[in-house]
Design a protein around this ligand. Structure first.
Ligand SMILES: Cc1ncc(COP(=O)(O)O)c(C=O)c1O
Length: 419
């Protein structure tokens, strides 16, 4: 065969073969980056939609609530002629107003304690980058927001999970469980309050116990508080790490406009700390990426003027959705769920062995009158292997009628799947 093709073709073939053999190599870190459990089933949902099925999205925390008009208008009315870089720490005017909005809710935060970031996501990366080196360890109660695994992997940091259980409503695991895991490599404890995916809200006593622990072992306490406002019960109160006296050097708060103002696409968040060395280190990371986006800072600054009535309506709506979802889920035989106290998620245990397979099957092989649901398999919210395999995370970001329909579909699906 070789003899029949000319020398030029032969040479080309040789180059192609050589190219195939010496492919540039992808990093080990890249190969270890976890897939998002929230997004990995997207191709199956697209296929379900192509096949004419309606898909109810219970898998992703994309609220259907309108962004405050004041934020959208500020962008529309802006008369910027040059879209220039802003300060690496963000607009001075935005940081000033943001600090005063924190002070209004009792958090002693000044402008200097804030760096504006590209979403809470970048704030988490800066927090990990500023406190940990490759090989260091971070303790996180699991199940936790799945991207913590991704941020840790990207930074070469090892996640050490401490398990919280549905039976205990996902409350803080005993402090002794944390203490057992602390080594010379432990640099920080990371909590999400209220929790994604659990909806758990830490009590004052739990936050104080963590404060004692980080003081005792000289650790950072990173608190992801992006769902701070989403607290539903009359007597429930959110306790921020930023107003625990005595841990000013340890506490780092992560915040975001994404959920507060239903502005996920704005990609604006912030890292907040009283620890000056930490903040000057985080600023170097901020300088390396130059600045946060301009129009989105304009929108976020304006969003601070959102009237209280907006939040009152939103919280009432989410509370009703939570109550509807939990009531409906409890009607399905074999389903167990802990009532979330905040955020807009819950973890539900299903009568299946493999929620990953069930979630894919829902999209690939099932429909109820032309409709199906998409849920996030919960195993990806744990870092311990083989945990949460019969659990899914459900986001209650749909209207009540749609939530009722979705849970009905889930119930019908379980009957068919288990047969
Ligand atoms: C707990 C938690 N932290 C951080 C983020 C990231 O938020 P952002 O959109 O601000 O990057 C999310 C997004 O869903 C989240 O749920």
């Amino acid at each position: 065969m070789k003899q029949n093709i000319g020398p030029i073709l032969q040479k080309k073939l040789q180059i192609c073969t050589t190219k195939l053999i010496i492919m540039p190599k992808i990093s080990n870190k890249g190969q270890q980056m976890p897939e998002s459990p929230i997004r990995k089933l997207v191709p199956y949902s697209e296929m379900a939609k192509k096949n004419g099925h309606k898909v109810y999205h219970l898998n992703i925390g994309q609220p259907d609530i309108k962004t405050p008009e004041v934020a959208i208008k500020a962008v529309k009315n802006s008369d910027i002629e040059i879209l220039e870089y802003s300060h690496s720490a963000g607009f001075d005017s935005y940081r000033t107003k943001l600090a005063s909005s924190y002070q209004k809710i009792g958090l002693p935060i000044n402008k200097e304690d804030i760096i504006i970031t590209t979403g809470g996501s970048e704030a988490l990366l800066f927090a990990i980058g500023s406190t940990m080196d490759a090989g260091d360890e971070i303790i996180i109660p699991e199940p936790f927001y799945a991207n913590y695994n991704g941020f840790a992997t990207a930074s070469g940091v090892k996640v050490i999970p401490v398990i919280s259980t549905l039976e205990q409503g996902f409350s803080l695991p005993p402090i002794a469980d944390f203490e057992k895991l602390i080594t010379s490599k432990t640099k920080a404890i990371l909590i999400c309050n209220p929790g994604n995916p659990t909806g758990y809200l830490y009590s004052e006593s739990e936050i104080n116990q963590l404060a004692e622990l980080v003081k005792k072992h000289d650790l950072f306490l990173i608190a992801d508080e992006v769902y701070r406002e989403f607290v539903y019960d009359d007597n429930a109160k959110h306790y921020s790490v930023m107003n625990i006296p005595g841990i000013e050097e340890n506490a780092i708060m992560i915040d975001s406009v994404s959920k507060r103002y239903s502005m996920c696409g704005a990609r604006i968040g912030c890292i907040v700390s009283k620890n000056k060395e930490l903040m000057s280190t985080a600023l170097k990371f901020a300088q390396a990426r130059l600045s946060p986006p301009t129009y989105e800072q304009i929108a976020s600054e304006a969003a601070l003027e959102t009237p209280q009535s907006y939040f009152d309506e939103v919280i009432t709506e989410y509370k009703e959705r939570r109550d509807t979802l939990i009531t409906e889920l409890n009607k399905i035989p074999g389903v167990k769920v802990a009532t979330p106290k905040g955020a807009f998620y819950c973890i539900a245990q299903l009568p299946v062995n493999d929620a990953d397979d069930f979630a894919q099957w829902l999209l690939e092989n099932f429909n109820f009158n032309g409709e199906t649901v998409m849920v996030a398999p919960a195993a990806g919210f744990y870092s311990s292997p083989n945990v949460g395999k019969n659990e899914v995370r459900i986001a209650y970001v749909l209207k009540k009628e749609d939530l009722i329909k979705s849970v009905q579909i889930l119930g019908e699906a379980l009957k068919v799947y288990n047969n």
